[in-house]
Design a protein around this ligand. Sequence first.
Ligand SMILES: [Zn+2]
Length: 232
Amino acid sequence: MLAIAAHRDDVEQTCGGTLLRMKALGLRTGILDLTQGEAGTRGTAAERAAEAAEAARILQVDTREALDISDGRVENTYENRIKIAAVVRLSRPRVVILPYWAGRHPDHYTASTLGYEACFLAGLTKIDTGYPPHRPFKIVYASLYADVRPSFVVDISEHIEVRFAALMAYRSQYASQESGSGLFVPEEEIRERTFAMARHYGLLAGVQYAEPFVQKEVGLVDDLTLIPVQSI
Ligand SMILES: [Zn+2]
């Protein structure tokens, strides 16, 4: 399973618990950050690289890589699609998690279509990236940033504390400090927000904490008696 996002810490905010859950189920997991964080208000790209490595260790992912796409101007160019396609071919994920395709930050929604088109390209035999073609079977969209009803949620109740610890590994972004204090919320409030969001999505499905996803395809059911989430 490969989670692709624009910025270091996006995955921690939107689907870190799901990566932990999949790891607990015995799957190989990875993160691809498209940018290195050089345009952020707080911290340098080097600081964010160290923090991302620490967060990756906490999330128990098998691989984490950051591309050199410009922070703050993620663009859906052929060159960028090829860079992502090469990683998809090398890691050969069955499932790719992308950011939801609408939102406030242009990097987030651009990463969504850029990632989708890169996955498509990765499957084309005639595109040469040095690795054999591979197209992921499934693409799901992490929708925590978006105010949309999810197609499904993943129960992360057992993983919420570790997921929060991974987010807090980004000390340059989240530790209470002077720089950018009008723009960033204090650390204690981040904990409350993180848990409140996860609780909200958990309640929608009758579990404690969850992360939301949207899929474009319809769901397929074999046995109606095994569909989870109680109706009444
Ligand atoms: Zn972001």
